[in-house]
Design a protein. Structure first.
Length: 447
């Protein structure tokens, strides 16, 4: 390694802004894995969202870049003369985290319109039964237990379910008074969340930023909004997580059926335990975009929901159990098979939200190395060019007192490398921590 890279590493390790912080650095030759430059490479640290690179690379290898998730629409019972279905409409989820997402260029309700057309094509004009949503595909808690409480109610902390819809995200509308300290009213939420109420403890402020946070767990019927929003705003929007996506999907379908003149005599019911549905007839199914596109969006936009769902899916693929624990076991087994030393490797949630995630810089760099030709292109494309350099491709991570970067780069001498930099427990601001790391990243890349 050249003197400029060594000097940049020394500057990073001795930067006053990072005094007291734990820093792990590892730069390895691409493919061979030979050490190029290291400092505390085996120190186990919290990686924040950089853990997504580990999860998405494994998912591409285990599931395949062309894998698609599916959600199916069924009918039970029979259709009587005159178009009356004497039975239920059943939606069966298989853990697609992208159903109704606008991240892939499709209107959020496009799939519902397709389902309505399929229902009408079947000749169903009314439904003498319920709309039943099977949400039992995944096992265990929808969120990892060490996820910070202040995250779960907000859109970026949305939990993973067997049925997910609209990125499990809702939009809250708030109205603030003209003066700082004035109470803020909750106006409404989109989509509608049946049975859920919001209690606003938000106040108006001179600050023009969104400093409001939503507190609540999955399936809660009551959520609290706390913090501040700008004063004098009649319709200020913030994003939250949907407490029960399956229930929302059922009510959205029922509402759209009514708009098309198709009545439903029964209720919306959600089934959360494995259930045998007799005499089901497939009406339609919605397939997701290929996994390669989901991985691209997961890493480029750092979407926690997608990463957490992929962790469960690899558990299902290898162990036939769609739980967080199963996904973690598969992740450890997979990287052990690839030659990663597993001491200090403790992924817990797939997304990086939890500070309980732990990994070494060496492991994180090795996870960015080449595994197979079938996944190489998809994984590389999911990494983002950094600081305007096409030869420096990264997945970054940030939570409180954590900054991390990993990915691929090309040195000025033409050698390709994989790398990881993890900084924990700095005392400066997040921006100052980032600015302390940037010169080192630039030193290991050609322009």
């Amino acid at each position: 390694m050249g003197t400029s890279q060594n000097a940049a590493l020394s500057a990073l390790l001795n930067d006053d802004r990072l005094e007291g912080a734990s820093i792990g650095v590892c730069v390895l030759e691409y493919n061979s894995g030979k050490e190029v430059l290291v400092s505390n490479p085996d120190l186990s640290l919290s990686p924040a969202s950089s853990i997504k690179a580990v999860v998405t690379h494994a998912a591409l290898e285990i599931l395949g870049p062309n894998h698609q998730f599916v959600t199916r629409l069924y009918q039970s019972g029979s259709i009587a003369k005159g178009g009356s279905l004497n039975g239920d409409i059943v939606i069966m989820g298989f853990g697609d985290p992208t159903l109704g997402s606008t991240n892939f260029g499709e209107d959020k309700d496009a799939f519902l319109n397709e389902w309505l057309m399929a229902i009408k094509k079947k000749g169903i004009l009314s439904i003498n039964g319920d709309i039943v949503i099977d949400d039992a595909y995944f096992e265990g808690s929808p969120i990892e237990g060490s996820t910070p409480l202040e995250d779960v109610g907000n859109y970026y902390g949305a939990a993973v379910h067997g049925v997910n819809v609209y990125d499990n995200t809702c939009t809250l509308n708030l109205a603030s008074g003209p003066s700082p300290g004035d109470p803020v009213r909750f106006i409404g939420v989109t989509p509608e969340l049946p049975g859920v109420s919001f209690i606003s403890e938000v106040t108006a402020a001179d600050d023009r930023k969104d400093n409001a946070f939503i507190f609540g767990q999955p399936f809660d019927h009551e959520r609290y909004i706390r913090g501040t929003i700008p004063k004098g705003n009649k319709n200020f929007q913030i994003k939250g997580s949907i407490p029960d996506p399956a229930m929302v999907l059922g009510h959205e379908l029922k509402k759209m059926l009514a708009l098309k003149g198709i009545s439903v005599s029964g209720d919306v019911r959600v089934v959360r335990e494995t259930t045998m549905f007799p005499n089901l007839t497939l009406i339609a199914e919605k397939q997701s975009v290929p996994l390669s596109k989901i991985v691209y969006m997961t890493n480029r936009k750092s979407i926690n929901l997608y990463a957490a769902a992929l962790l469960r899916h690899i558990g299902m693929a290898r162990l036939k159990v769609g739980s967080i624990d199963a996904g973690v076991q598969v992740l450890r087994d997979f990287y052990g098979e690839k030659g990663l030393p597993l001491t200090g490797f403790w992924p817990v949630d797939g997304s990086g939200l939890s500070r309980a995630n732990a990994i070494t810089a060496r492991q994180l760099a090795m996870a960015c190395n080449v595994f197979s030709e079938s996944t190489e292109k998809s994984f590389i494309e999911s990494l983002s060019p950094f600081a305007g350099r096409s030869t420096l491709l990264v997945k970054s991570g940030y939570i409180t007192r954590v900054r991390s970067y990993c990915g691929r780069s090309k040195l000025t001498d033409g050698r390709e490398v994989v790398f990881a930099v993890i900084v924990n427990n700095y005392s400066c601001s997040p921006t100052e921590a980032k600015n302390a790391i940037i010169p080192f990243l630039e030193s290991i890349s050609s322009k």
